[in-house]
Design a protein around this ligand. Structure first.
Ligand code: NAP
Length: 210
């Protein structure tokens, strides 16, 4: 697990959770926006190994998703990537990840950053109350979402924890992994939607062609 350069604990840390199939500029802008708005010392990207909720969709090999994430974050000194979910056996449950970070950084405020749509499904997650006890959430939305409506939904689904979920609107999240996969499959350009190194990686490894 990553520690900061002086080997001291972080004061506030972001965990950026996602499948990242592939990672794109929307994810990178989200992480940077969260870092700045919430004054985070660092953001650690944690690509899912085996997502429990995607049993019907064939997710790309974890090795590719991990390497693309490394390529994408390399130029930001505040970003890093963790292999923890990639290396863990079985399904990737967020509870196991936040427990691990909590143990490693007992005095650090942890923010779990991910898409608002994913958080709206949070009641289906394993041990959700314990997840909520370990960290606060930053829910990133695509443009067009009504943030008040979203806050109301969080209040409805988990009234006792809604104050621990903050929403941020990220215009760059108009970019989506689904659209990128569709574009590659249809031989359309993905230039300027993903970092150039990620684009080259996708082409070199023939990802998303079928
Ligand atoms: P998803 O259901 O594929 O994504 C839902 C929406 O959120 C999509 O529009 C997606 O856009 C967006 N999104 C996903 N990650 C994002 C991020 N980091 N920043 C901004 N937008 C994001 O979600 P997922 O990627 O599979 O899962 C999100 C996180 O929730 C992961 O860390 C996953 O492990 C966790 N999760 C845990 C459980 C559990 O513990 N049982 C269950 C479900 C999810 P893109 O497609 O463009 O990314």
């Amino acid at each position: 697990m990553i520690k900061n350069k002086s080997n001291e604990e972080y004061r506030a840390l972001g965990i950026m959770g996602g499948t990242f199939d592939p990672i794109h500029y929307g994810h990178l802008v989200t992480a940077e926006e969260a870092r700045c708005q919430f004054d985070l010392d660092a953001v650690i990207f944690v690509p899912s190994g085996k997502p429990p909720h995607k049993k019907n969709y064939r997710v790309s090999d974890a090795k590719h998703r991990y390497l693309m994430t490394v390529l994408a974050v390399v130029t930001n000194p505040f970003f890093d990537v963790s292999r923890t979910e990639i290396d863990r056996e079985g399904y990737s449950y967020t509870i196991d990840t936040v427990r691990e970070f909590r143990e490693k950084y007992p005095n650090t405020e942890i923010f779990f950053i991910t898409g608002a749509d994913a958080i709206l499904e949070i009641l289906t997650w394993k041990k959700v109350e314990e997840v909520m006890d370990h960290c606060r959430f930053i829910a990133a939305t695509r443009p067009g979402y009504n943030l008040n409506d979203l806050d109301k939904k969080f209040k409805t689904i988990m009234p006792e924890y809604s104050s621990r979920i903050q929403t941020i609107e990220v215009p760059a999240l108009a970019i989506s992994s689904t659209d990128i996969r569709r574009r590659v499959a249809n031989n359309m350009s993905i230039k300027y939607l993903v970092p150039e190194a990620v684009e080259q990686y996708i082409l070199k490894n023939n990802l998303y062609k079928s």
